[in-house]
Design a protein around this ligand. Sequence first.
Ligand SMILES: NC(=O)C1=CN([C@@H]2O[C@H](COP(=O)(O)OP(=O)(O)OC[C@H]3O[C@@H](n4cnc5c(N)ncnc54)[C@H](O)[C@@H]3O)[C@@H](O)[C@H]2O)C=CC1
Ligand SMILES: O=C(CO)COP(=O)(O)O
Length: 332
Amino acid sequence: MSIERVSIIGAGAWGTALALIAARAGRQTTLFVRRAELATDISAQRQNADYLPGIALPEAITLTSDLPHALQAEAILYAQPAQHLRGFCRAARPHWPGHAALVLCAKGIEQQSGLLLHEIAASELPSARVTALSGPSFAIDVARSLPTAVAIAGTDGALVDDLMLALSHGAFRPYGSDDLAGVEVAGAVKNVLAIACGMVMGAGLGDNARAALITRGLAEVSRLVLAKGGRSETLMGLAGLGDLVLTCSSPKSRNMSLGQELGQGRTLAEILSQRHSVAEGVTTASAVVTLARSLGVEMPIAEAVNRILHQGSRLDAEVGALLSRPLRRESE
Ligand SMILES: NC(=O)C1=CN([C@@H]2O[C@H](COP(=O)(O)OP(=O)(O)OC[C@H]3O[C@@H](n4cnc5c(N)ncnc54)[C@H](O)[C@@H]3O)[C@@H](O)[C@H]2O)C=CC1
Ligand SMILES: O=C(CO)COP(=O)(O)O
């Protein structure tokens, strides 16, 4: 299938950057904005001042707040926060075009159910051909046309190829994968680990501690990926190690910077009251704990992050508990 029309749902930083990708690749590009007045503002100013200030949006990007109109495309890229996917699917269902691809570009796990995003889409939007786009990709770097590689995953190989062709251009390079579950789990859990890394950096616990967290974090994500039917090679790829390293080492990450502020002693409520950007790891922390427990997967770092974020536990107590776990073989 040739993909000519690409619509992006959500005009946050990532949705706006994805619209730039599609437009640069020569696609007929529509960016769906929930609020009509914001669509008018962005259209008039040709920039998204709230989420990607200073980045010019070409005329080739059409803005709309009319969902049925936005859904008239061969590929529909979902770029709102993960917790809103179910609501989007329900709103889109009556208007969903026959064979359109749904490309999940959010990174998270549903808090109530512990479901992955493709599982939600499969139940709420059964006619959609579901894929996911994930990997190390700060929106601002993509918007500035800096070199970026991502994974596009799906079980329909021909569709993955079509999406890669439709979105690749210049400095933006997608790689294909058939491991939808692996790509999704990796993309969601790295946000929780980025909060953990931010906390140890904010508390001054040092680079050794952060490297240990990244490595042991990768071990626990691997267990969850395998339990969800994904493959361990995916963890060595862009959606796995690539995004984990990016997000756990740069304060440009909203998740890592939120962790840093927590490590410096601020409360979650204070931090969230001063931000308008999403840090998916906050909701994913409890979702991943629910999911891991239901599958019998041990995830001590995610459990610790969840207790600090949502149950009032202290960082020093959690670090002490992690360090005093029974000694074991690294590959166990
Ligand atoms: N910003 C980035 O560099 C990247 C972000 N992502 C993922 O993309 C997703 C969106 O993130 P960003 O664009 O960065 O968010 P953002 O923080 O820049 O923007 C917030 C977004 O949430 C939407 N929103 C707020 N309340 C909503 C509601 N009630 N219903 C529906 N939408 C609502 C806003 O319209 C806006 O699109 C997240 O899952 C994130 O993890 C993935 C890759 C890169
Ligand atoms: O997913 C991202 C980069 O790949 C963005 O990370 P943050 O949401 O932590 O900023």
